[in-house]
Design a protein around this ligand. Structure first.
Ligand code: ZN
Length: 276
């Protein structure tokens, strides 16, 4: 038995070194929030090297999900190649690919994910300017169901309505067989609405990235009771937040050890078995 608790960070973004600073500025300006760092691969790898000690217990991040959304159609290929190369050179990374709503050859792109070692699709409808439940995107979700590919949805925005939780609720009614991870506990800054409109399902999961600094432990517990404790994954939204600080915030909620272990490691490990 190792002397640290392993942690999977189920929501990280990376950027190629030469555009990392520019990308950081763009995200910072969009959210009007200070960013932890600029999101290079080497920095994210460093997060795995540290032993994080909190309340006399040691933790270590052992795996990290990486993704990056295409904000213009022509970025899709280079981003998917970049994520794929990064995953292939370091097996501690779990890669999710991207498509842009204007990529007409999306079935081809999605069916190519497997051989590129990309296990799912990440979409960010506020950056990519589409409504989660707009009919134009239905063929994409249909294809994801056919390929048995999970979709990680960025959820919730203070100013925009593209990724509102009611849109995801609507989509799930039309696609009950789609495996969905609703990022940011179902809706950044819209947690009340997310809790009210989303219905529990075997195929609906949540990550708690970009959430922990804005909520308290009782709200997450309320979600866990409604949607099931197997359905929640720890995530940092690196480079927005420091993974170690996010981890510490979650631990200070004071949950029972078994629940904490599920959120940090066990749930995503089981999820990976299901999707690989
Ligand atoms: Zn994200």
């Amino acid at each position: 038995m190792s002397d640290f608790i392993p942690v999977i960070d189920a929501h990280c973004h990376i950027f190629p070194d030469k555009i990392a600073d520019k990308s950081k500025e763009a995200v910072r300006n969009f959210y009007e929030l200070p960013m932890y760092t600029s999101g290079t691969v080497s920095h994210l790898q460093t997060e795995r090297k540290q032993i994080i000690e909190i309340q006399n217990q040691k933790y270590q991040i052992v795996r990290q999900l990486i993704c990056s959304p295409a904000v213009v159609p022509k970025q899709t290929k280079s981003i998917n190649d970049f994520i794929s190369e990064t995953v292939n050179s370091d097996s501690a990374f779990i890669g999710f690919g991207t498509i842009h709503p204007e990529n007409e050859n999306f079935p081809e792109i999605l069916s190519g994910f497997r051989e590129k070692n990309l296990l799912g699709l990440k979409v960010h409808s506020d950056f990519q300017k589409f409504e989660i439940d707009e009919p134009k995107m239905y063929p994409v979700w249909k294809e994801a169901v056919l390929l048995d590919m999970p979709v990680l949805f960025h959820m919730g925005d203070r100013k925009l309505d593209y990724s509102h939780p009611r849109r995801l609720a609507h989509l799930l009614e039309d696609f009950p067989e789609l495996t969905v991870i609703a990022a940011h506990m179902g809706g950044y800054s819209h947690w009340k609405e997310a809790f009210a409109v989303l219905k529990p399902s075997d195929r609906l999961y949540f990550d708690i990235s970009s959430t922990l600094q804005m909520i308290d432990g009782s709200l997450l517990l309320k979600f866990i009771r409604k949607f099931g404790e197997e359905h929640f994954f720890f995530g940092s939204d690196f480079p927005m937040w420091s993974p170690a600080k996010e981890l510490e915030t979650l631990i200070r909620f004071g949950y029972p050890e078994t629940l904490l272990y599920k959120l940090l490691f066990e749930n995503y490990t089981n999820f990976l078995k299901e999707i690989s």
